[in-house]
Design a protein around this ligand. Structure first.
Ligand code: GCO
Length: 480
């Protein structure tokens, strides 16, 4: 009898491990979530610089954020939907322009409303990742020279201290600044974002200012957590963009020029910032002067990853250093926004930040503009496959936030690009929310904390070979 019972146990265990073998299991406690930003979803951010630029017609096709998806008023509905889909973490942003619409005048009602939003997330059992700066400023800060005015550092410090002290008990994770180098380059070198400038001096000043505010916020958050005697101190990071930049491959001097710009672009967009956080100073930007509190000021490495760009010489693009970055090489898949789908770039970004910082990694943004939802399942699986490969190589990737929870205001492109797991018809004033099929696929991945053979076979069959290979190497992704 005992022998039979033990044989049954062995059989069940083998079945379990066999079933297990057909899944790429993620570590226990892996932080699955979705991401958004305030201005892109809230609606009515009327005191911000972006709102003003929108009203001046500077967005493509005259787009304006308007009521966005009216998250400011419908957050409870969205959080209930998030909970019903089983999304455990939500990355959300605070808008400085709402907190301080006029210099020195803090809007306590706005802060109370943000507190209600965060409390609602807690009530729905959803952890919070809170972003303090996601590219948008109060219009009065922009009018006084934005980040190129040293006074802005003092103003931001006042705002950050206020918000951090008031809200310190809510977030499990903080993002101090979102894609600082995109803000510095798009807004000050390429004249693509507000304030639409194109001088190295403004790029440099903006980047140094953002390094300083990041270092300040890192210290403020940990100081506030100590004073609040939080049992589990929050973890603080930066959501940095790590695009893959490669030369198009033209012949002769054009090819060399493309290669040079790709290297320079990667340096200015990624390495300058990471070098500064790693060493405490930014030689190119600020000489050897140490930026107070900057060195090692991250508890995790936040990675925003989307695409590869192939840089092609184009003599007509004087405004963009004679480079066209929109080309898609033959045979490469691309998204509704024309971005190249290149999952292995995510593995490289994870590998690079781990090699440099040896800090846990969180994918703070990864997603696709895909109104048909036909490409999104494969996109998610292919990128999660690369996250799993990184886990297999021993890198502690601790979370993945899909961008975005809901269709939103995609900056200068307006509401055209649809990144959301939740679709919204912006032409319908009711802004009804419709979960796309991928929303349920993502729920299944989270529920199982794994990528199953079934999902790979259905949505990304070209991964089946690598899937079998990686599983044969042992399911090291799981920590349980
Ligand atoms: C970014 C921003 C997001 C974008 C998203 C899609 O990474 O550019 O953080 O606000 O909307 O990436 O482009």
């Amino acid at each position: 009898m005992l022998l039979r019972a033990s044989l049954v146990c062995v059989f069940i265990r083998n079945c379990h491990s066999l079933l297990d073998m057909k899944q790429m299991k993620f570590p226990k406690g892996f932080l699955w979530g979705t991401a958004t930003s305030g201005h892109q979803i809230e609606g009515g951010n009327v005191s911000s610089d972006w709102w003003r630029w929108e009203q001046q017609g500077r967005m493509h096709g005259g787009a304006v954020s308007g009521q966005a998806v009216d998250y400011w008023n419908r957050y409870e509905e969205d959080h209930a939907l998030m909970e019903s889909l089983g999304y455990p973490v939500f990355r959300i942003g605070i808008e400085w322009a709402r907190i301080e619409p006029e210099p020195g005048k803090f809007d306590r009602e706005a802060l109370a409303h943000y507190r209600d939003i965060l409390q609602s997330l807690k009530n729905h059992g959803i952890k919070i990742c809170l972003t303090l700066y996601h590219w948008v400023l109060p219009h009065w800060v922009a009018e006084r020279g934005d980040w190129t005015n040293p006074e802005t550092l003092r103003h931001f410090e006042r705002y950050a201290r206020y918000v951090i002290n008031e809200l310190i008990t809510f977030p499990d994770l903080w993002v101090t600044v979102n894609e600082p180098m995109v803000a510095a380059i798009a807004g000050n070198l390429l004249a693509e974002h507000p304030p639409f400038r194109n001088t190295f001096r403004d790029y440099r000043q903006t980047a140094v200012s953002l390094l300083r505010v990041h270092a300040q916020c890192y210290a403020f958050i940990h100081d506030a957590a100590r004073r609040a005697e939080l049992k589990k101190p929050p973890r603080v990071g930066i959501a940095n963009a790590y695009p893959v930049l490669v030369p198009w491959g033209s012949r002769g001097w054009k090819g060399f020029y493309e290669w040079s710009i790709a290297r320079l672009g990667k340096y200015l967009a990624c390495h300058v910032w990471d070098n500064a956080v790693d060493t405490g100073h930014a030689r190119l930007l600020n000489g050897f002067r140490q930026i107070p509190g900057l060195r090692g000021s991250i508890d995790y490495c936040g990675i925003n990853y989307y695409l590869r760009m192939s840089l092609r010489f184009d003599h007509s693009r004087r405004d963009r250093f004679f480079i066209d970055e929109t080309g898609v090489p033959p045979g490469v898949r691309s998204t509704d926004t024309g971005w190249q789908i290149y999952p292995s770039g995510l593995y490289k970004a994870i590998h690079d930040v781990w090699n440099r910082f040896k800090k846990p990694v969180i994918i703070t943004e990864n997603g696709i503009a895909d109104i048909s939802d036909e490409q999104r399942p494969a996109y998610i699986l292919e990128h999660l496959f690369c996250v799993y490969q990184a886990l297999q190589s021993g890198i502690p990737v601790e979370g993945y936030f899909y961008w975005s929870f809901i269709d939103n205001f995609e900056w200068r492109k307006g509401f055209g690009p649809r990144f959301g797991l939740i679709a919204v018809d912006h032409r319908d004033h009711n802004l009804v929310r419709y979960p796309r099929p991928s929303a349920h696929l993502y729920s299944q991945i989270i529920r199982e904390n794994a990528i199953s053979e079934e999902l790979i076979g259905t949505y990304a069959p070209e991964l089946m070979g690598p899937f079998e290979t990686i599983l044969k190497s042992g399911n090291r992704g799981r920590a349980d």
